[in-house]
Design a protein around this ligand. Structure first.
Ligand code: GTP
Ligand code: MG
Length: 138
């Protein structure tokens, strides 16, 4: 079986969408292994977003991710990495397909950072790395 790291970003927590997002994950049949509401610090986020080092949206993204609490979760199931990204939909919520978390619940607010409610690991290597960062005890 496989595990992935899911984050409900500060926009999702602020808008009261934690329950709706976890509901979709559970309704799909995946299992919650660990869940924690917390405020991420700059060092954690710099590591989490290491692949985006040097990109113009990195600092606005990190500032946004520090604007309020984040719900971090480890989710388990066969092919859950691919499966959660399918549930989440495309990065840009304007064009994310209806039926997906981003397509149904997010939109473009004209801000410097794309506020798209959720993060999901994009492969086995990043999942292992991100779970180690957010849940070192697992
Ligand atoms: P995550 O699951 O959050 O990692 O989304 P993703 O894998 O669909 O996107 P990616 O890893 O490429 O980017 C991480 C996050 O950075 C996105 O979810 C957006 O919040 C933000 N982001 C990505 N690309 C852009 C961009 O071109 N401009 C801006 N402003 N933000 C971006
Ligand atoms: Mg990504």
């Amino acid at each position: 079986t496989q595990r992935t790291l899911v984050l409900v970003k500060p926009d999702g927590v602020r808008r009261g969408l934690v329950g709706e997002i976890l509901r979709r994950i559970e309704a799909k049949g995946y299992t919650l292994v660990a869940v924690e509401l917390r405020e991420a610090d700059e060092a954690l986020l710099a590591e989490h977003y290491a692949e985006h080092a040097g990109k113009p949206f990195l600092q606005p993204l990190v500032d946004f991710m520090r604007s309020g609490p984040v719900l971090a979760a480890v989710v388990e199931g066969h092919r859950v990495i691919e499966g959660f990204r399918s549930l989440a939909g495309a990065t840009d919520p304007t064009v994310a397909a209806p039926g997906t978390i981003r397509g149904d619940l997010a939109r473009d607010w004209g801000l410097k950072v794309i506020q798209n409610l959720v993060h999901g690991s994009d492969g086995e290597e990043s999942a292992a790395r991100e779970i180690g960062l957010w849940f070192p005890a697992l």
